[in-house]
Design a protein around this ligand. Structure first.
Ligand code: COA
Length: 335
């Protein structure tokens, strides 16, 4: 058995910065409310005709591949995590295979929302461990802004989410004391509708019903979030899954050099930091600048932390995520 390691990281965010004050011009909100509840100061929104979930993912991937010091021909598999694909089908995995000009390698789409990147990392890790693949490209990318309810009605959700993409190359590591030590994945579908976007779906409400209704007030095309319920579950599950990962490797909280939590809400990250008694240097947050970018948040934050020299060889890095599904997970990495 081999281990897998992160050999390259990259991220891309659209240039268009949208501040809290910008949002307060189009809906009944304000900078103080948003910062107090979420820590968010600004986020990026795509400009029509410029970026898509796939194109941002491709830009992040190009940087990650270059930093991994491999050629595009060396990529054996693609895993793309998103809740905001360019098309309903096919998913963005095959679009990346096409737009990056990769060999006709397999391309898998992951539908696990905020936990998407951790799920993708876990899948890639298994393929590399068994020796089936040597280099796997993992992307988390989201365009939220084009699908949010930017009116007073949607303000509880739309101020939180932002657009962006992050990517990692996972490569074979011969030294089994290094790389990804373990990953831990969970779900609790009982709460599926507490954070969800119901349409377009092929479930109880058919597309033909939606077309026949032709209702301009149909909210099922906008994301719904039971904010307080999500918050309460998030802090519990984040803690559990970090502890689970540490215990599986006989490690202590004091062994953590860097925790990169999914950037759901700065208050959630701060709660976890306090609970585990970690210093500011041991937790990386950038939600202030990008909002919650769902599947992209961990790879963007991880890339930034690495670029700033906050992650060094030998460090214990913990990734943890929680989100819609509910799904949650962690990855324990010896850098
Ligand atoms: N600006 C101003 N006021 C707003 C607002 C906004 N953007 N959004 C909601 N409000 C108002 C509400 O209408 C409500 O007003 P009322 O008291 O007159 O009815 C008030 O603020 C409180 O709303 P509430 O939804 O109870 O706020 P909250 O304290 O729960 O904060 C969240 C809302 C979304 C910030 C918070 O619940 C949260 O962060 N939850 C977790 C979300 C999360 O992490 N999601 C991602 C998971 S991956």
């Amino acid at each position: 058995m081999y281990h897998s390691k992160i050999s390259g990281l990259g991220y891309y965010v659209p240039e268009n910065v949208v501040t809290n004050d910008d949002l307060s011009k189009i809906m009944d909100t304000n900078d103080a409310w948003i910062q107090e509840r979420t820590g968010i100061k600004e986020r990026r929104h795509v400009v029509r005709g410029e970026d898509t979930t796939t194109s941002m993912g491709v830009k992040a991937a190009e940087i990650a591949i270059q930093r991994a010091n491999i050629a595009k021909e060396d990529i054996d598999f693609v895993i793309f995590a998103t809740l905001s694909p360019d098309y309903y089908f096919p998913g963005p995995g095959v679009l990346v295979q096409r737009d990056l000009g990769l060999r006709t390698v397999g391309a898998l789409d992951v539908r696990n929302q905020c936990s998407g990147f951790v799920y993708a990392l876990s899948i890639a890790d298994q393929y590399i461990k068994t020796g089936m693949y040597k280099n796997i490209l993992i992307i988390g990318s989201e365009v939220h802004s084009t699908g949010l309810d930017m009116t007073d009605r949607g303000r509880g959700v739309s101020v939180i989410f932002g657009d962006g993409a992050g990517a990692a190359v996972l490569s074979r590591e011969e030294d089994v004391t290094k790389g990804i030590l373990s990953t831990h994945l969970h779900s609790e579908g009982q709460h599926a509708e507490e954070l969800a976007l119901i349409a377009p779906g092929m479930g109880k409400r058919w597309i033909t019903d939606v077309i026949a209704d032709n209702d301009p007030n149909d909210e099922s095309y906008y994301p719904y979030m039971n904010g307080q319920f999500v918050f309460k579950n998030a802090v519990v599950r984040f803690s559990e899954v970090i502890n689970e990962g540490l215990q599986a490797n006989n490690l202590q909280v004091s062994d953590i050099n860097m925790l990169v939590p999914h950037q759901a809400n700065l208050r959630i990250s701060q709660f976890i930091q306090q609970k585990f008694q970690l210093s500011d240097d041991q937790v990386y947050n950038n939600i202030m600048n990008y909002g919650n970018t769902t599947a992209a948040s961990i790879p963007i934050a991880l890339t930034e932390a690495w670029e700033k020299g906050k992650i060094k060889s030998g460090d214990l890095v913990v990734l943890a995520a929680f989100g819609s599904g509910f799904t949650w997970g962690s990855a324990i990495i010896r850098w």
